[in-house]
Design a protein around this ligand. Structure first.
Ligand SMILES: NC(=O)c1ccc[n+]([C@@H]2O[C@H](COP(=O)([O-])OP(=O)(O)OC[C@H]3O[C@@H](n4cnc5c(N)ncnc54)[C@H](OP(=O)(O)O)[C@@H]3O)[C@@H](O)[C@H]2O)c1
Length: 275
């Protein structure tokens, strides 16, 4: 298979994370081009990763292009109006990482025949440790699915979903998830500092505990619940701490994922795909 030309529309946080991971995976800089209105972010990407920096305007796309939409969800109608013709004439595969926006909305903007994949990656992709959920429309060929699989598997783990409605849940869990984990780290660090530990040690202990536990869980066939019981001595310190977490954590997780998934549905409803 010839190397696909990967075209990013948008040069922000998610584009940066994917490009960083792709470059480490061995995709050549000149095989990636990045389009954005200002030179601020795309210029920095060109400097750091050797990718091609291009203005926001649509270009004649090379055959075998994979176009990754990484601008904001609400901008999609205006941006795709510009890109529609070049996408069609190159028969490019269109991949959207925009939260909430459905494949039906995208094909309304680009035409029914356009092969569309929705992807929901997350920022750990920048170190090859991402988690990406993928959903392909019926017009995406098996070869195109392989291409997308290869691109995102290079920056972490890939999960294909067959029910598009669950992309909002995948977004709430894994797209937004790094922010929840980072908030958890901040909260642990602050709580330890309140008890008198210095901040540097508190941060390092919190980080290594979360990292080590995630690695242990990934390396183990036992469930998180079984591993948790290995830490918890009856009447011991962990049981005392867990009793407090258990009061609130599960309902909070349910509320947080429900709020994030609902926001995805609202982003979709707010999008105007007609003039
Ligand atoms: N951040 C995440 O963790 C994450 C995770 C999964 C999915 N996503 C999705 O990724 C998308 C981007 O999010 P982000 O966090 O990366 O946002 P961001 O950092 O604000 O980046 C948005 C980018 O879009 C560019 N842009 C604005 N107008 C444009 C146009 N007309 N043509 C081309 N590019 C244009 C901006 O250009 P300038 O550089 O000139 O400002 C900027 O580079 C969103 O749809 C979001 O739902 C984000």
């Amino acid at each position: 298979m010839t190397e696909p030309q990967i075209v990013f529309i948008g040069a922000g946080n998610m584009a940066r994370a994917l490009i960083s991971g792709m470059r480490q995976q061995g995709i050549a800089g000149p095989n990636i081009q990045v389009h954005a209105p200002s030179n601020l972010h795309r210029g920095a990407l060109a400097e750091e990763f050797g990718v091609r920096s291009c203005p926001a305007q649509a270009e004649k796309l090379p055959e075998n292009s994979v176009v990754i939409y990484a601008a904001k969800p609400k901008q999609m109608p205006a941006v795709l109006k510009e890109w529609r013709d070049s996408l069609r004439s190159a028969s490019a595969l269109f991949v959207s990482v925009a939260a909430g926006i459905s494949s039906a909305q995208i094909t309304t903007l680009l035409g029914e025949e356009t092969p569309v994949v929705r992807a929901m990656p997350n920022t750990p992709a920048q170190i090859g440790a991402g988690a990406t959920s993928l959903f392909a429309t019926a017009t995406v060929s098996a070869n195109q699915c392989d291409t997308v699989q290869q691109i995102f598997a290079g920056v972490g783990k890939v999960f294909w979903l067959h029910d598009e409605a669950l992309m909002d849940t995948a977004t709430a869990l894994a797209g937004s998830g790094p922010a929840y984990v980072l908030l958890f780290l901040e909260a642990l660090e602050d709580a330890a500092v309140l008890q008198g530990l210095d901040r540097v040690t508190a941060r390092a202990l919190a980080l290594q505990t979360v990292l080590g536990t995630a690695q242990m869980a990934a390396a183990n066939s036992a469930s998180p619940s079984e591993l948790r019981h290995q830490v918890t001595s009856p009447g011991g310190t962990t049981a005392a701490g867990l009793a407090v977490w258990e009061e609130q954590l599960r309902p909070l997780a349910q509320r947080a994922l429900a709020a994030a998934a609902e926001r995805g549905r609202i982003l979709s409803q707010l999008l105007k795909t007609t003039a």
